[in-house]
Design a protein around this ligand. Structure first.
Ligand SMILES: [Zn+2]
Ligand SMILES: [Zn+2]
Length: 147
């Protein structure tokens, strides 16, 4: 077996490997890491509300006329609220969780719609009001639509 680094590694630095697929939000990744690998990840990405600029967990602030991004306030806390950087509004952990469950159910729902591309496009249109374009569910459904 041969392992190659994708960037220069300074002497003495910690070498990290990827345990889970990178394309879900911090709370989902950390839950998998905790359950399957028995550790609470606190890497730079997990500790950053914006996940190194990807904003994979970002939702649209629900305040009227705000429309800014709300991100997990304390991403290393599994019960964190989301916080809007624009107006300071807090969205409760449970409300975000319910929103994501509903969104996932709507995505997986079997219906009489024959055209799956149209179904996914409608899902993206409907959920653009509550999820940032960078949210991992938006990216996942966009992939499904072009598959
Ligand atoms: Zn991490
Ligand atoms: Zn706001």
């Amino acid at each position: 077996m041969e392992i190659r680094a994708s960037c220069p590694i300074p002497a003495g630095s910690e070498i990290c490997i990827q345990y889970v697929r990178p394309n879900s939000g911090t709370l989902v990744r950390r839950a998998i890491l905790s359950k399957k690998w028995f550790f609470d990840c606190a890497c730079a990405r997990c500790a950053d509300p914006a996940e190194c600029g990807s904003r994979l967990s970002g939702i649209v602030c629900p305040s009227p006329r705000c429309g800014e991004a709300a991100l997990p306030e304390r991403p290393l806390d599994a019960r964190t609220d989301w916080l809007c950087a624009g107006c300071g509004r807090r969205v409760a952990h449970r409300a975000v969780g319910d929103m994501l469950v509903d969104a996932t159910n709507a995505m997986e729902q079997e219906d009489e719609e024959e055209d799956t591309v149209a179904k996914y496009e409608k899902w993206i249109y409907d959920h653009a009001k509550i999820l940032l374009p960078s949210h991992y569910l938006m990216i996942e459904v966009s992939y499904l639509a072009i598959e």
